[in-house]
Write a protein that binds this ligand. Structure first.
Ligand code: PAF
Length: 288
């Protein structure tokens, strides 16, 4: 059957009208928030939504408030036509692509400030980032009124920030976290991978390699978190072109670093390769 292209709307009023009509016809509403420059990881989120929701909304908005002053907001890749085609093939019904004034009209003055899970790791290296993320995600939840929102595990700390915000503000939405999609050689898909030269891309593979080694150590029975962290850092140090910001093993819920792997944990890495900043992670279950 030919794929119906998704409807494209630019205003909250049009969005609400379309979503209300879908809800009135008995459909469950799924939301996939994105900043565009979509890849197979985003497509997998749309497919996950399409599998359980009768109506899937994809938002495409490069959110200025989550970029620091020295970050890549103005050069962030924008590939709108290809994005619409890709999410249409994956089952999206509507693309909401507002302009900045629709989201942050003149006089906008309210932000979500979060402590706890927003503070370590990305919170240290990208001050203000999660203030912007939590604010835009709450706004998108309010605008769309979806039943379920789909996020990728690749932005692990972001998923914890969103879960915390939903709990703290009693937002009536279910959060689904979907597995990271990787290239066959292990590189986690990211919209920023297009910035990597061929040599940088080769260097970047040490990130997923280090994470895999830690998974293997845990599978072999290692429970000493400091040892696991050392293993991560030792592997990363084999490629000096990769400049590590953090490489840690943390409690999967609080993101604090325990001494012993006696609870679900997550190994997380952030590193620069050339001028490109990459993040990746793997979940670590405590050995039985
Ligand atoms: O993960 C992203 O692409 C963004 O942080 C999000 C959730 C769409 C908010 O702008």
């Amino acid at each position: 059957m030919p794929v119906m292209p998704p409807e494209i709307v630019r205003t909250v009023a049009e969005l609400r009208q379309a979503v209300n009509a879908a809800r009135l016809s008995g459909k469950k509403i799924g939301l996939v928030p994105t900043m565009g420059a979509l890849h197979a990881g985003h497509v997998s989120l749309v497919e996950a939504s399409d599998a359980v929701c009768g109506y899937t909304v994809v938002t495409v908005f490069v959110n200025p408030t989550q970029f620091g002053p020295k970050e890549d907001f103005s050069k962030y890749p924008r590939t709108f036509d290809a994005d619409v085609a890709a999410v249409g093939r994956a089952g999206a019904d509507l693309v909401f692509a507002p302009d900045n004034a629709e989201v942050y009209p003149a006089g906008f003055a309210t932000f979500v400030e979060m402590s706890g899970v927003a503070e370590p790791l990305e919170g240290q290296f990208r001050p203000g980032h999660y203030r912007g993320v939590a604010t835009i995600v709450l706004k998108l939840f309010q605008m769309v009124g979806a039943d379920i929102a789909f996020f990728g595990q690749k932005d692990y700390q972001q998923t914890r920030v969103v879960q915390q915000m939903v709990r703290d503000f009693n937002v009536p939405i279910q959060i689904e976290v979907c597995p990271t999609v990787r290239e066959p050689d292990g590189l986690a898909l990211s919209s920023r991978n297009i910035y990597l030269s061929a040599a940088e891309r080769r260097s970047a593979l040490v990130i997923s390699r280090a994470l895999r080694k830690v998974e293997q150590s845990v599978a072999a029975g290692q429970r000493d978190v400091w040892k696991l962290r050392d293993d991560l850092q030792t592997e990363l140090a084999t490629v000096p072109e990769v400049r590590v910001q953090y490489a840690v093993v943390a409690d999967a819920e609080t993101l604090h670093e325990p001494a012993i792997l006696d609870r679900p944990c997550v190994a997380l890495i952030a590193a620069h390769v050339g001028t490109t900043r990459l993040i990746d992670n793997v979940l670590l279950a405590p050995p039985k």
